[in-house]
Write a protein that binds this ligand. Structure first.
Ligand code: SF4
Length: 218
């Protein structure tokens, strides 16, 4: 497994280059991690831009601003009422705890493993491999893990990769890039895929039809 995960990383890196992701820096990373829940990054960018224009990418402003005003500023990210409350909850924590643990973050209403780990890895540079729906899709298709459990899949990466924060960041970013551009939800572009020689989905799809076992009569 160690070798396979290394090969996947190397192939993705050769194909896409370093992503140097997550976009943004500082508190913006934590805000983006909440805003990106159930939406694409373009919508998050619009919301971040509104917050920037309102000079409200700080703990001070986000604590002070009314919930209604915050809802309006982040409207483009969708589910804005829920997300505004989640942001308020997160800011409340960060205003009293500048170095939260995973447990601290998970206690915040609306923060699950993926959001917590994104904040921990990309903002606080802690060793948490981020799993998202893109990771599940690629890894399932490649035949590496077929379950649905976040912690189990995370364990596959943690147990088989060197403990390296930059590697964790880059690996996650490359998986996102691959899922968005090639391993699409519908009609993945397998013929163009750098991982196809390791992929069970591709092998099954392209398996040569055995006419001797066919029930089709001529
Ligand atoms: S071969 Fe197809 S299914 Fe497999 S990882 Fe590549 S794009 Fe996804």
């Amino acid at each position: 497994m160690e070798e396979l995960l290394k090969q996947i990383f190397d192939k993705l890196l050769i194909s896409y280059g370093f992503q140097e992701w997550w976009p943004g820096e500082g508190l913006e990373i934590a805000i983006g991690a909440v805003l990106t829940q159930q939406t694409n990054w373009n919508n998050v960018e619009k919301a971040l831009s509104k917050l920037r224009d309102a000079d409200c990418l700080s703990i001070t402003c986000l604590k002070k601003i009314s919930l209604e005003k915050l809802e309006q500023l982040i409207k483009s990210s969708g589910y804005y009422k829920v997300k505004a409350q989640r942001l308020k909850n997160l800011i409340e924590l960060l205003s009293i705890n500048s170095n939260p643990s995973r447990e601290d973050l998970l206690e915040v209403k609306g923060i699950g493993y993926e959001t917590a780990d994104s904040i921990l890895l990309y903002l606080f540079e802690k060793l948490y491999f981020v799993i998202d729906s893109y990771t599940f899709r690629i890894i399932r298709r490649m035949g590496i893990y077929s379950g649905k459990n976040y912690l189990e899949l995370q364990r596959v990466f943690i147990d088989n990769l060197p403990k390296d924060i930059q590697l964790y960041k880059e690996y996650h970013a490359l998986l996102v890039k691959h899922a968005k551009g090639c391993c699409l939800k519908n009609n993945p572009k397998c013929d163009l895929c750098p991982l196809k020689d390791k992929c069970i989905y591709y092998t099954r799809k392209t398996k040569i039809f055995d006419f001797s076992k066919s029930n089709i009569k001529g």
